[in-house]
Ligand binder design. Structure first.
Ligand code: BT5
Length: 333
């Protein structure tokens, strides 16, 4: 127990040092660091050495102190939380080098009582989950795979709203990384230049009248290369790097995403679902388009006219009948 506490104190000092470096762009003296962190100057030096061993470029100058010159694109709790202003999301961040599925891990932790706002991030997944038993390709070192635990005071019938909320958050985060506008495709895809760049998988635990928790599972292809995509994917797929030609910082992306999710979630708790719905509709690339929807063994073709209050897609067929589609796969024709 004591050992675990001292490890977490050590990590929190690492995080505070990174936060101080980010607040000041220049040098921070060893004396100042030791006064703020309430540790000896020798201890400060040890923490600087640890951060360097994790890939942080920190220069030391005798007369001026320490300065951060580069940070590795490695997802660690200290790096993700440094300077994060999110109020609810990210209260606890767990970064795993590999796991089966971040959703399964989050579900297990939520059942054990993990707090709302807990975030699980993995560098790679060996059993990344898509919908309906499909799998999500999750190679190491290039993308983002994360799951968040929320405990919203809602009825189970309202849980679908969280797929819409995370789609808007992912679209916002993509928009702040590249200059190509992302489009949302009902129910759980984000497209860039018409190709799938992110997928969402929300799961929940509920009783008849109460949601115990919701898991928001988010996978975003950030730096995946063309040769890493197999030829048999359901829809054309891509990554932010392929479309923009830029190397995307996973760290900046996940921080943007957590900030977006946090602000949308707090707004949802104060002002309800209306603003999320409006932004989702504005960002949805298929309203007014001809679509073909597979629902179980049935195929419905028509024009997507909108979504209803239960999140169902409304499709107007050639006969003028409006079909409500609650779940299915959509192809934009
Ligand atoms: C989804 O399912 O799009 C939901 C994906 C959610 C993944 C995240 S990662 C973090 C969290 N933990 C998990 O275990 N899951 C979530 P669906 O609409 O069913 O799409 C799955 C289909 O997309 C597959 O059958 C493939 O054809 C294709 N696919 C698989 N991996 C892909 C990738 N990385 N990029 C684009 N398409 C992919």
């Amino acid at each position: 127990m004591k050992n675990r506490e001292s490890k977490s104190t050590e990590r929190s000092i690492d995080r505070q040092i990174l936060e101080l470096f980010r607040e000041r762009s220049g040098f921070v003296s060893g004396a100042e660091l030791s006064a703020i962190l309430k540790v000896s100057r020798t201890a400060v030096w040890k923490h600087i050495k640890t951060l360097r061993s994790q890939g942080y470029g920190i220069t030391a100058r005798h007369s001026s102190g320490y300065r951060l010159v580069s940070a590795p694109d490695v997802l660690t709790p200290a790096a993700v939380t440094a300077g994060l202003t999110a109020k609810i999301l990210g209260c606890r961040i767990i970064c795993l080098p590999e796991t089966g599925s971040t959703n399964s891990e989050a579900y297990r932790l939520a059942e054990e009582g993990a707090a709302e706002g807990t975030v699980i991030i993995a560098d790679s997944q060996s059993k990344g989950k898509g919908r309906l038993g499909r799998s999500w390709l999750s190679p190491a070192g290039v993308n983002l795979y994360c799951s968040l635990i929320l405990r919203p005071p809602i009825l189970p019938v309202d849980a679908f709203k969280f797929t819409f909320l995370s789609a808007v958050a992912v679209a916002r985060a993509i928009e702040s990384s590249v200059s190509i506008p992302p489009l949302i495709k009902w129910p759980n895809d984000i497209l860039l230049n018409g190709k799938k760049v992110a997928g969402l998988l929300n799961e929940m635990s509920a009783e008849t009248e109460r949601v115990n928790f919701v898991i928001l599972g988010i996978g975003v292809n950030l730096n995946m290369r063309p040769e890493q995509f197999p030829g048999d994917l359901r829809y054309p797929a891509t990554s932010l790097a392929i479309e923009s030609g830029l190397e995307i910082s996973r760290l900046s992306f996940v921080r943007n995403l957590l900030e977006s999710l946090d602000s949308l979630y707090t707004d949802y708790l104060c002002n309800g679902y209306g603003p999320v719905r409006d932004e989702w509709v504005a960002r949805c690339g298929m309203i007014g388009s001809r679509v073909s929807v597979s629902v179980a063994s049935e195929q419905i073709e028509g024009v997507a006219t909108g979504i209803d209050d239960s999140g169902a897609l409304l499709v107007k067929t050639a006969t003028g009948v409006i079909s409500r589609v609650l779940a299915g796969d959509v192809e934009i024709l």
